[in-house]
Design a binder for this molecule. Structure first.
Ligand SMILES: Nc1ncnc2c1ncn2[C@@H]1O[C@H](COP(=O)(O)OP(=O)(O)OP(=O)(O)O)[C@@H](O)[C@H]1O
Ligand SMILES: [Mg+2]
Length: 330
């Protein structure tokens, strides 16, 4: 497999864009930049000498930023499959970059460049809230996405099981293990004791295990799979959604639960997330209790698991979110 790297030969990018059919006439590739901050994959912005640009995203058999951590190469094909699956739905398609080209043998995609983007992780700052039109646009994206899948059932959509199994460790196992090596006091002094108390709750561990089975099972709804502020982008043309590499056919409650959990951690009130859930339920039936279980899962794994966020929360706030989550899950 040819590797496309930031400092790789420009000729390789030239050939790739020619194969993708986007480089016209005698245009040349003039520059390659990092597209933005990502951990999992190689994501590059490739320019031609007329100032046009495209995004090249290639997976590696490991996490790009941490090469000792294996990760399934096929994740990029899952991402491409997601874009293909929604491509005939105009409203959904308008919220994501165009998939221009993919090469299954080179595990890469060429995507439309959305230009300068900024993700929504600034929401975790104390003075920032998700504006109503954005919150509604995100919910509406999920409504359209989840109804699309139930209509068509996408029987051939890849299972993405290897990536889900890796993720399952981080979602349902690691956060619940005593002495897992993560020093939580280093993140927020006092958090280790709160976590130790939570981890002593066998009922909670069992509930997480049961929910984990739902995550690994097969569903009939096409999910984004990582629907959190790091996948939501502000662009010059409005809100866009990126990075569906964790996509799978599963329970709709998963996407909605993850989204609402992040809004709670970003300071939204339980009332405001319930209003968003109501908007969803007006169009799509959903098991509200399952949504709240996934909300809880996501809060627990983000507060006391490995994939930490740039949260602006005091110990007492983390403690009350954790106790809310633990009550719901058990
Ligand atoms: N189509 C695009 N247009 C503009 N910018 C993009 C596009 N795709 C990706 N980017 C930029 O590159 C960054 C990384 O992309 P992406 O999230 O797809 O990669 P990743 O390696 O899967 O990241 P992560 O480790 O968070 O999963 C994005 O946050 C964004 O800044
Ligand atoms: Mg990713």
């Amino acid at each position: 497999m040819k590797r496309y790297d930031l400092d790789g030969p420009v000729a390789d990018f030239h050939d790739l864009l020619k194969r993708a059919g986007v480089l016209s006439g005698d245009r040349q590739v003039s520059r390659v930049d990092l597209a933005g901050q990502g951990n999992m994959n190689v994501v590059l912005r490739v320019w031609d000498d007329a100032g046009k640009s495209w995004i090249v995203k290639q997976s590696r058999p490991y996490v790009n930023k941490y090469p000792t951590i294996p990760a399934p190469l096929e994740r990029i094909l899952v991402e491409a499959s997601f874009y293909q699956a929604i491509s005939s739905h105009k409203v959904l398609q308008d919220r994501v970059p165009n998939l221009i080209f993919m090469d299954q043998n080179e595990y890469l995609m060429v995507l439309e460049d959305l230009g300068p983007v900024k993700d929504f992780t600034t929401l975790y700052k104390r003075d920032q809230v998700l504006q109503k039109p954005d919150a509604e646009a995100l919910i509406d994206f999920l409504i359209d996405l989840h109804s699309l899948a139930t209509r068509d059932h996408h029987p051939k959509f890849p299972s993405n099981l290897s990536l889900r199994k890796l993720n399952h460790e981080h979602l349902f196992l690691f956060p619940y293990q005593q002495d897992n090596g993560l020093d939580l006091d280093d993140i927020t002094p006092g958090l280790a004791a709160v976590a130790a108390h939570l981890r002593g709750n066998k009922g909670l561990q069992k509930a997480a295990q049961r929910l984990g089975e739902r995550y690994l099972g097969t569903g009939t709804t096409l999910l984004h799979g990582d629907f959190y502020p790091g996948s939501w982008m502000k662009t010059e043309k409005g809100l866009r959604i990126l990075d569906p590499e964790f996509s799978f056919m599963g329970p709709a409650a998963y996407d909605l639960g993850v989204m609402l959990a992040h809004l709670l951690m970003a300071g939204d009130t339980p009332d405001s997330i319930l209003t968003l859930m109501d908007r969803y339920v007006e169009h799509c039936p959903i098991d509200r209790s399952l949504v709240m279980q996934f909300v809880s899962m996501e809060i627990i794994r983000r507060l006391i698991g490995l994939a930490q966020l740039p949260l602006d929360l005091r110990l007492d706030e983390k403690e009350s979110l954790l106790s809310f989550a633990s009550d719901y899950l058990t």
